[in-house]
Ligand binder design. Structure first.
Ligand code: GLC
Length: 459
């Protein structure tokens, strides 16, 4: 009877979670279930695309260079990405090992990539003349990738958007004086209306990345965006959706689903009030999100692979950005990095998907990163600096059943508990009691970052 009751309650709980019913605050278990696919996916593609691909000198160009609407209009008049092939983008994301894409529907410049009914400042009014979002969403679905929208809260084009400390016209006294009469409430209506369009016209949307709040003097936050109301609508329209943390609702229960450290690697699993939370770091190849022709600080494929591993080793997701060109292509530098990551992922994906931080009893060996698949009971030692012949894993003795190199499933033999590691005249070099010593080939395997897969003993 009790069991039936418990089962009933669990079933109701699951049903509520599946329907996303916000009957009271969501339980931690329900949130976990809602975010399961995302947590297991670990790796997504961010796409920053818009008019700023034409100036090709950062997506903030309008603000940085204090460009007026008229100045910036030249890009609207020339926007014609004739080589845009959404299926090719999605296939590239997929072959890189990414499980979801997040595309800018509108960035801070206010330009809309979809055919919004609420503005003419959109792709369908440029020389290109077509909705850019729909075919991308369709391509992603066809290839089995999840779809997220990035949507800018800021809008440097809307006539009711008040001039703040980032606004392109902030230094133009006449403009500022005239704009003093603007009513941000009108802009909030527009913002809510557009988010409604995005969440009702394209079927299921898996994630939403709202960007961003900067409350305080000269800034904007939850009051200006009417964030509470906006988020309520979002969750009503798309009950399963996963929403980021930039609506300025950090202190509101259910006000965010995951934290978003941007362009840096957190020291450890991101915590809120001392507790680890879901997190996703968004990162660029080179510092700019939009296509930037002359930017030269590009990370190597190896650095990016290490970044992915490190993120997962701390329980997070990586959202890696591509800024397509004004022709609608991924440039060679991007393709080169994506291919590099993809060929590593082809052989090592199982050390990434559904993996997380290793249990504390397995300390990270020097020169390595570790990920852990709790379901499979496997530990992955990512060897960043290939050692000479042996790798000592302190604290691992007695826990490992079998070890192999992940890329070719070749056995890695090991000794344990102070077993001999090498000859010294008169004696042998002893290992420590709790150390497991892996016997690695002297030559580093021919993969960017080799991984040793440890099958843990069943406990
Ligand atoms: C920042 C920037 C923006 C970029 C975003 C990505 O908020 O304003 O240009 O889109 O981060 O997370």
């Amino acid at each position: 009877m009790l069991r039936a009751l418990v089962a009933g309650v669990c079933f109701l709980g699951l049903a509520a979670a599946a329907a996303g019913a916000p009957a009271g605050p969501e339980t931690e278990a329900a949130k976990k279930a809602r975010m399961k696919w995302w947590t297991e996916a670990r790796f997504g593609m961010f796409i920053h695309w818009g008019l700023y691909a034409l100036p090709a000198r950062h997506e903030w160009v309008k603000s940085r260079e204090r460009l007026s609407d008229e100045d910036y209009d030249r890009y609207f008049a020339r926007f014609d990405p004739d080589l845009y092939d959404p299926l090719a983008w999605v296939r590239t994301a997929k072959s890189t090992g990414m499980k979801y894409i997040v595309v800018t529907t509108k960035h801070h410049d206010g330009f809309c990539l979809w055919d919004s009914s609420l503005t003419d400042y959109k792709a369908t009014r440029t020389p290109y003349g077509k909705d850019l979002i729909r075919p991308l969403v369709e391509a992603a679905r066809a290839e089995g990738l999840r779809v997220g929208f990035y949507h800018s809260l800021l809008d440097w084009h809307h006539p009711s958007y008040t001039v703040d400390r980032n606004h392109p016209m902030r230094d133009d006294k006449d403009f500022v004086d005239k704009a003093a009469a603007r009513d941000i409430g009108e802009y909030a209506e527009y913002l809510h209306g557009q988010v409604r369009e995005l969440l009702t016209r394209y079927g299921r949307i898996d994630t939403l990345f709202m960007d961003y709040s900067f409350p305080g003097p000269g800034g904007k936050g939850r009051n200006e965006w009417r964030s509470d109301e906006l988020l309520k609508m979002v969750r009503e329209l798309q009950p399963g959706i996963i929403v980021n943390d930039r609506l300025d609702l950090l202190d509101v229960p259910g006000g965010w689903d995951y934290r978003t450290p941007e362009q840096f690697m957190p020291r450890a699993w991101v915590k809120v009030d001392g507790r680890p939370v879901p997190w996703e770091t968004c990162q660029t190849f080179s510092g700019s999100w939009g296509y930037d022709r002359d930017e030269s600080t590009w990370k190597s494929a190896r650095q990016l692979i290490a970044m992915l591993i490190e993120t997962v080793s701390k329980g997070g997701n990586l959202l890696l950005n591509v800024g397509p060109t004004g022709r609608g292509t991924f440039d060679d530098r991007s393709l080169d990095r994506l291919r590099g990551i993809g060929s590593w992922m082809e052989l090592h994906a199982r050390s990434i998907y559904a993996c997380t931080q290793a249990p504390a009893e397995f300390p990270k060996p020097a020169g390595c990163l570790m990920t852990y698949d709790p379901e499979a009971g496997r530990l992955y030692v990512h060897v960043l600096e290939w050692p000479l012949g042996t790798l000592e894993l302190d604290g691992f003795a007695g826990h490992v059943d079998y070890a192999q190199l992940l890329h070719d499933a070749s056995e890695v033999r090991f000794t344990e508990k102070g077993g001999p590691t090498g000859f010294m005249p008169g004696s042998r070099e002893p290992g420590a009691e709790n150390t497991l010593t892996l016997r690695l080939p002297v030559r580093k395997p021919d993969v960017e970052i080799p991984v040793v897969e440890l099958f843990l003993k069943k406990r």
